[in-house]
Design a protein around this ligand. Sequence first.
Ligand SMILES: [Mg+2]
Length: 168
Amino acid sequence: MYRLLCPNLAVDSLFEIDLDSLADQGIRGVIFDLDNTIIPWDSREMDAAIVAWLEDVLARGFKVAIVSNNWRGRVREIAARFGLPFFSRAYKPAKTGFRKALAELKLEPGETAVIGDQLFTDVLGGNRMGLLTIWVKPLTAHEFIGTRIHRRFERLAVRMLRARGLMK
Ligand SMILES: [Mg+2]
């Protein structure tokens, strides 16, 4: 059970992710979470540095999709800026949204990474699917009330993972 909550990689920011290393590991596609991963939860504005970083990901030839639990309108708006396929109201950690994204990108789980800020949705769902899971610190502490409750359990899970030596 705990292993399903353990990300393959944990980083403080997207910029720490070594894209060359991902490619070397056979990763050809990336599924992004939206809120607090590429855009603050309470904002409509993306950070210019993140926009540039995402453009670099695309320029390197990675196939990219967005899988979000948020509503269609918001997800579509951000996805449209980059011309990305998106899957909203995905109910992560359910597999459905990830499955749809893999089908759209024509990728297998083993050649796809998921990048997200929540253990109980992005990492748990990604691990269930057999994706490479990358956990990134949330962009802002401002969060949906339900997410704030999740965070308490997330901190507990991290303590348990660390106690078991599963996470640094
Ligand atoms: Mg998120």
